[in-house]
Design a protein around this ligand. Structure first.
Ligand code: SR1
Ligand code: MG
Length: 399
């Protein structure tokens, strides 16, 4: 077994040649282009621009440094989650070509014809197909990895295979704990400080967040991607591909459905504060459509799959299935609300808010993200449909 070492660009060229993806005689070009929080990401290409991506996990969190050690097993988890999801939803999942647990490397398809969705949304581009496609991808990947479809024994085997304590702890801390407490990891924009302090004394909010965290800790409903924000989605004008599944584990379905919705709404808050007139109205309208489509397509396909394909006799009860979908809806809205708050006052910020140059506009965007996050968490039990979420966004942020 090859011992772990952190790759340089030269190492990557040698590595892909040894694996046989490029001939040893070929002149290759390699560049490290990772801009995420955790890993190295290399693009290696030949003179004809045939290319591959090599991703390597570092033994620590890249955004913080060696003081935050992190398991290399996340590369195995990422590769295996993406391979499982690819089997179920190949159209919408990046193609993993090879992975090496000891070197913590993954070789994958280069999606260089695509763009990361977050940057595109921040630039005001439109992707009307993404909501429908993501809704379908979520229904398929979550249903086929759940107790509705797998035998109880196989499901337990899969739960064990995808135990991911280090990466889950990041989410447990950054999503549900730190934003509601004093913690040196929090990153608070000065004008937002008063609002962030109010979060810490809101007893009802703290209880609702505790409930969502307990469900995240305990509820092994399906094999989640675990970090389905708009930086994990590659898009072009026709389709989308999901990448970056190192936070994958067996958890509550609503976490994977709520994360992208929280990110569309973060963009909603940012766009409403920095634009006006037609540009603002058109972009907010597209974001509402994507939010609506993600949930409604997910719910429709999940309902059909539960109805047609459920293997477990007890879980075939239509009344149970309707109750189950309602509980996923409530979780989805709650986790979307947590995402709005943690991306505003926690460690990991997003360019949807942070790239706003004008201080007052950014302060308004952040205040709205916190207010909308709180409303989604606190009021979710009174929401009947996704339209209630959109009405709440319009009432707090504008339309
Ligand atoms: C230290 S990791 C910070 C964030 O980046 C990842 O993409 C996850 O969203 C995590 O919470
Ligand atoms: Mg990531």
């Amino acid at each position: 077994m090859t011992a772990y070492k952190t790759f340089s660009e030269t190492d990557v060229i040698q590595y892909v040649q040894e694996l046989g993806y490029f001939k040893k005689s070929q002149d290759l070009h390699c560049v490290e282009m990772g801009d995420g929080n955790l890993n190295l990401v290399f693009r290696v290409s030949d003179a004809k621009n045939n290319s591959l991506i090599v991703k390597q996990a570092l033994p620590y969190a890249r955004c913080v440094g060696e003081s935050w050690p992190l398991t290399l097993d996340r590369a195995r988890i990422e590769a295996e989650v993406l391979l499982e999801h690819f089997k179920i939803s190949p159209e919408y999942t990046v193609n993993i070509i090879h992975y090496d647990a000891a070197l913590a490397t993954i070789v994958m398809q280069d999606l260089n014809a695509f763009e990361i969705m977050r940057g595109e949304l921040v630039a005001g581009k439109r992707f009307p197909h993404v909501g429908r496609q993501l809704g379908r991808h979520l229904a398929q990947t979550l249903f086929y990895t759940s107790d509705f479809y797998l035998s109880a024994k196989e499901k337990k085997r899969q739960v064990a295979r995808f135990i991911n304590p280090d990466l889950c702890q990041i989410t447990e801390d950054l999503f549900f704990t730190d934003p509601y407490r004093e913690n040196e990891r929090n990153n608070i924009f000065q004008p937002t400080e008063t609002l962030s302090l109010e979060l810490r004394t809101d007893d009802n909010l703290l209880a609702e967040v505790a409930e969502l965290k307990a469900k995240f800790l305990n509820n092994t409903q399906a094999l989640l991607h675990g970090d389905m924000h708009s930086g994990s989605l590659f898009v072009d004008d026709k389709t989308m591909k999901v990448i970056d599944a190192e936070f994958g584990f067996y958890g509550p379905m609503g976490f994977d459905v709520g994360s992208p919705i929280g990110n569309y709404l973060l963009n909603y808050c940012g766009s409403a504060a920095k634009w006006d007139g037609k540009q603002k109205a058109n972009h907010l309208s597209i974001l509402k459509d994507i939010t609506r489509d993600t949930w409604t397509v997910f719910a429709k396909e999940m309902t059909e799959l539960m109805d047609d394909k459920t293997q477990d006799l007890a879980l075939q009860s239509p009344t149970y299935q309707a109750r189950f979908l309602r509980s996923v809806f409530l979780d989805t809205i709650g986790y979307a609300g947590c995402e709005l708050i943690r991306r505003t006052v926690g460690l990991a910020h997003v360019s949807d808010l942070e790239s706003i140059q004008e201080t007052n506009a950014r302060a308004v965007a952040e205040a709205n993200a916190i207010a909308l996050g709180k409303a989604l968490i606190n009021k979710r039990h009174s929401f009947v449909s996704i339209e209630d979420v959109l009405l709440e966004a319009e009432a707090i942020v504008g339309a």
